[in-house]
Design a protein around this ligand. Structure first.
Ligand SMILES: NC(=O)c1ccc[n+]([C@@H]2O[C@H](COP(=O)([O-])OP(=O)(O)OC[C@H]3O[C@@H](n4cnc5c(N)ncnc54)[C@H](OP(=O)(O)O)[C@@H]3O)[C@@H](O)[C@H]2O)c1
Length: 151
């Protein structure tokens, strides 16, 4: 059984990724800041999905300190974090991959909802691909919907 934990899985891109991975047969755990929103998203997903209350900025969270909001960091900092995490986890089976989903119709900003060309479901495929890389795929890469992007 493969379990996928998706932070921010209650709405937007995370919700679409949860749907995509559930469709691919994974057991999905919806991470959400609001426990009731997470439970409702899991209920709607069906397919034995469950939920967990999870705020990545909570010092009690296992994710605390690992996640840097993209728009608060420079591209270079994001690159550094990806490579540093990949190096720290080199002796484990865990892969670290940064993903550019494209410009997506979510509630991230009003402009996204009005002007983005991609639906969340379309963008979710690139995130899902990063989540199911084969064992021999490299770690510490950056991908978009077409290919690996050069750092
Ligand atoms: N949309 C785009 O075009 C685009 C492009 C590139 C990258 N991204 C990135 O993709 C990610 C998802 O974006 P989106 O477009 O889906 O945005 P969104 O529709 O605004 O959804 C954001 C999600 O993140 C959750 N969240 C916010 N702060 C959190 C925290 N501290 N801990 C855990 N969850 C938290 C939100 O939970 P609540 O429901 O509790 O608020 C919500 O589920 C973001 O990191 C964004 O920067 C998006």
């Amino acid at each position: 059984m493969t379990v996928a934990l998706i932070t921010g899985g209650n709405r937007g891109l995370g919700r679409a990724v949860a749907e995509e991975l559930a469709e691919r047969g994974m057991t999905v755990v919806v991470g959400a800041r609001d426990a009731s929103a997470g439970a409702e998203a899991a209920r709607q997903l069906g397919k034995e999905a469950t939920s967990v209350q999870l705020d990545v900025t909570d010092p009690a969270s296992a994710f605390y300190g690992m996640v840097v909001p993209a728009y608060q960091s420079s591209k270079a900092a994001l690159n550094n974090i990806t490579i540093a995490l990949a190096k720290a986890l080199v002796d484990t089976p865990i892969k670290v991959t940064s993903v550019c989903p494209g410009f997506v119709q979510t509630d991230l900003t009003p402009i996204n909802r009005d002007q983005a060309p991609l639906t969340a479901a379309q963008a979710a495929t690139v995130v899902a691909t990063a989540a199911v890389l084969p064992d021999d795929a490299p770690s510490g890469t950056f991908i978009d919907r077409n290919r690996a992007v050069a750092w």
